[in-house]
Design a binder for this molecule. Structure first.
Ligand code: FEO
Ligand code: CA
Ligand code: CA
Length: 753
């Protein structure tokens, strides 16, 4: 396929769609008549007090367990809480190489790429000469999803703790130019201007560089403390930990110890090394962290021409569906000679040996999972929870937690035309499992039901189970003959194709409103080739041209939107739901059928990605952007929102045009937010994305990640530092660094309110 280029307005290093299925394009639904009364007259959002604060960001792991109320006497009804009100002046759009927050707030840098997290590790020089062997005790690169786990004086999880905690964050990827003395020694042809993907062993033959890169991916656990009014991380805390591509991980769930996961490293398929491309995150009600493996597929080397003759029909179908082909984005497999334990060769997923236990032909199957980490036990082995399926996991948002009910996690698969999933535990939640660590994970996350979403034109939807024997997921499936339960979770995308899931405009983060249980999913953007004008549908309803720099056409849905749904009867285990589109990204100057949410200069945005509901202020939603479309006008941003609820808007007919063809699309849209409901809170430095957000137990400190400032120069070799795309946060001619911010209100109040 054609490699992406920087000239592509929708360029994204991590975004190459690989879904060829014929799942719904809904051409036949364009003229459908929709009945709002049918949709929203059924008492949606009545979960009331059974709902609670869930999901990934923080405030002590993301939930407060709900227990049944005492029988008698009935307490007097509490006074209704005052409605939340955004209380800051919107930040203007900006192209400056700085972080801007509203007046009355302070944003401080807490934790930067390379910062040491163990005693005796030197400060980061940030010139590419730091000893590679120290990087397993330094902050990783490309900070992403993040959770604050409050911790008490007994070193136990304390959700409400306002001054001390473990901050756990993902490090999704790397910007090689800024990591080595003069950038990477070899450029992957996919990312260079080379037109042919020539590859020779030894091309990336600088083991020290590659070791840095192994360590810079993964997860950081750091202890953070508030002293006076200042937050800092404790360099020598015994809780500090790096988890990276060399960290041993166990498998659990249906795929563990099956032939699919056998490698030379693990001849019984019980374990693997490392986690990779850790994007968004999630939490559990027992106090552990979930890290989600997103664009892992591109890291593997598989030269299709030479490997194809050695592969079965099913293997080839799986490789194609997951997009595993090419040189591997960082060329790790080309380093020679290999180590005795195959640190480089393990990234080559071709058939090379006599059997699966003699090579890494199954190496790709060991990635693409949700991984559980217990931050309170630094010696614990992370587990890849295979029951949650294998795909391009963006995040895993915990739904409402109710004693005696199943647990649910909502998950997006971020590639063009991929799907939205949920996992429902078999076991019902027992609050006695709080603090249960990895054993609680074994109880709730290894046994359950995996579903994928179908969004229907009438504003309802269905959860389609991915299980052998149902929804066409059988051995007689002509597209892919499923063999067993392990085959289904490993090839969840193929199972979802069979079930008839709805292709979405790149599902990114999921978030659950603690006030009413509504589930939100950012659909960051897509392009015209992935969703032509005739293939919009109700839940992905727009096709338009967003002209950049006054001259560059960006067609499709380059600004993205946020879909919202509620499982029927407020039951997370329900098999049906109702949906609408909460919000559409757009320039405020765009036409009405593009700027459907009527955004203004105070809140217009493009490409929503990170998204998280505050715990301290239930109902307050934070939105983050990872954009390449509106970047002629502004850097990426963080917005504060006060969404209503599913059905607060109405039915809508959107007129789409590509300049030649004009079609209408019926949909349901949320109430336009106005500046009372949506306001820009922060604009980041040049070429960054805003991603990852958490808060202290009292909500008085907001932790926010700035990822890859200066990224436009990511895969080039530039010797003149004045030409770097950003110098944030150090300024001058310094190399830019991904970093965690801590934001506080100068009067000590709740952030944004
Ligand atoms: Fe890593 Fe889909 O963002
Ligand atoms: Ca993301
Ligand atoms: Ca993104």
């Amino acid at each position: 396929m054609t490699a992406p280029t920087r000239d592509d307005p929708s360029y994204d290093l991590d975004d190459v769609g690989t879904n060829p299925s014929k799942n719904p394009s809904f051409n036949d639904l364009i003229a459908s008549r929709l009945s709002r009364r049918h949709l929203f007259g059924l008492g949606v959002g009545t979960a009331g007090t059974a709902l609670l604060q869930a999901c990934g960001g923080g405030g002590g792991g993301g939930f407060l367990p709900i227990v049944p109320p005492p029988p008698a006497p009935a307490p007097p009804p509490p006074a209704p809480p005052a409605p939340l009100k955004l209380n800051f002046n919107p930040v203007a759009k900006s192209l400056a190489d700085v972080v801007t927050v509203p007046a009355g707030y302070t944003a401080s840098v807490l934790f930067r790429l390379g910062d040491p997290i163990a005693a005796g590790v030197a400060a980061y020089k940030n010139d590419g000469t730091d000893d590679p062997a120290t990087y397993d005790r330094r902050a990783g690169d490309h900070h992403d999803g993040m959770t604050f786990f409050g911790m008490n004086g007994s070193n136990k999880w304390d959700a409400a703790n306002a001054t001390r905690g473990l901050l756990v964050m993902n490090h999704e990827a790397i910007t090689p130019l800024f990591l080595h003395p003069t950038g990477p020694t070899a450029l992957n042809p996919v990312y260079s201007s080379a037109t042919s993907a020539s590859l020779i062993d030894g091309q990336r033959n600088v083991p020290g560089e590659v070791l840095r890169e192994f360590y810079l991916h993964g997860v950081s656990v750091i202890e953070v403390n508030k002293t006076g009014n200042t937050w800092s991380y404790k360099q020598d805390s015994s809780f500090n930990r790096r988890i990276h591509t060399l960290t041993e991980m166990a498998f659990s769930g249906p795929a563990a110890k099956t032939d699919y996961l056998k490698t030379k490293f693990s001849t019984d398929g019980s374990k693997t090394r490392g986690t990779l491309n850790n994007c968004a995150n999630g939490t559990t009600p027992w106090g552990t962290y979930l890290t989600c493996e997103e664009n892992w597929a591109s890291y593997f080397r598989r030269i299709v021409a030479t490997d194809t003759p050695n592969r079965s029909t099913k293997e080839k179908a799986s490789f194609a569906r997951y997009g595993i082909s090419g040189t591997g984005r960082e060329l790790w497999a080309t380093v020679t000679p290999d180590t005795a334990d195959n640190q480089y060769g393990r990234w080559n997923t071709e058939v090379l040996g006599a059997s699966a236990t003699a090579d890494y032909r199954n190496g790709h199957n060991t990635y693409g999972w949700v991984v559980e980490i217990d931050p309170f036990n630094p010696s614990s082995t992370p587990k890849k929870r295979t029951a949650l399926g294998r795909f391009g996991h963006e995040g895993a948002c915990l739904g409402p937690v109710v004693v005696g009910k199943p647990l649910v996690w909502y998950m997006g698969d971020d590639s063009r035309n991929e799907y939205i999933y949920k996992f429902v535990s078999t076991k019902n939640w027992d609050a006695a499992d709080i603090g249960g660590g990895m054993a609680a994970g074994d109880k709730y996350m290894d046994d359950g039901r995996l579903y994928v979403a179908r969004f229907d034109a009438d504003g309802t939807g269905k959860w389609l189970e991915l299980k052998l024997g149902v929804n066409g997921i059988t051995s007689s499936n002509t597209n892919y003959a499923f063999a067993d339960a392990a085959d289904v979770v490993i090839n969840a995308r193929l199972a979802a194709d069979s079930a008839g899931a709805t292709k979405m405009d790149r599902p990114e983060w999921t978030a659950v409103n603690p006030k009413n249980g509504d589930v939100y999913v950012t659909l960051t953007n897509t392009n015209a080739s992935s969703r032509p004008i005739g293939q919009t549908n109700g839940a992905n309803p727009r096709f338009y041209n967003d002209i950049k720099d006054g001259k560059t056409n960006q067609t499709g849905n380059p600004n993205g939107h946020i879909v919202r749904f509620a499982d029927d009867n407020a039951d997370p285990a329900a098999l049906s739901f109702k949906w609408d589109v909460y919000l559409f990204g757009a320039r405020s100057t765009a036409a009405a059928d593009v700027n459907v949410s009527q955004l203004s200069a105070d809140n217009d945005f493009s490409s929503p990605d990170g998204m998280w509901f505050s715990h301290a202020a239930p109902g307050l939603l934070w939105l983050q952007t990872d954009d390449g479309a509106y970047t002629d006008v502004t850097n990426c941003m963080l917005l504060a929102a006060l969404p209503g609820k599913l059905g607060d808007g109405g039915a809508k007919v959107i007129t789409n045009t590509d300049g030649t063809t004009t079609l209408t699309q019926n949909t349901f849209v949320g109430k336009a937010p106005g500046t009372d409901g949506l306001r820009r809170f922060l604009v980041g430095p040049k070429d960054c994305e805003l991603t990852g957000i958490a808060e202290s137990g009292d909500g008085r400190a907001l932790f926010v990640n700035i990822q890859h400032p200066g990224e436009t120069t990511a895969r080039t070799v530039i010797s003149d530092p004045t030409q770097y795309g950003s110098h944030w946060p150090q300024g001058g001619n310094a190399r830019p660094r991904s970093a965690t911010l801590v934001i506080t209100k100068d009067d000590g109040g709740l952030i944004g309110l």
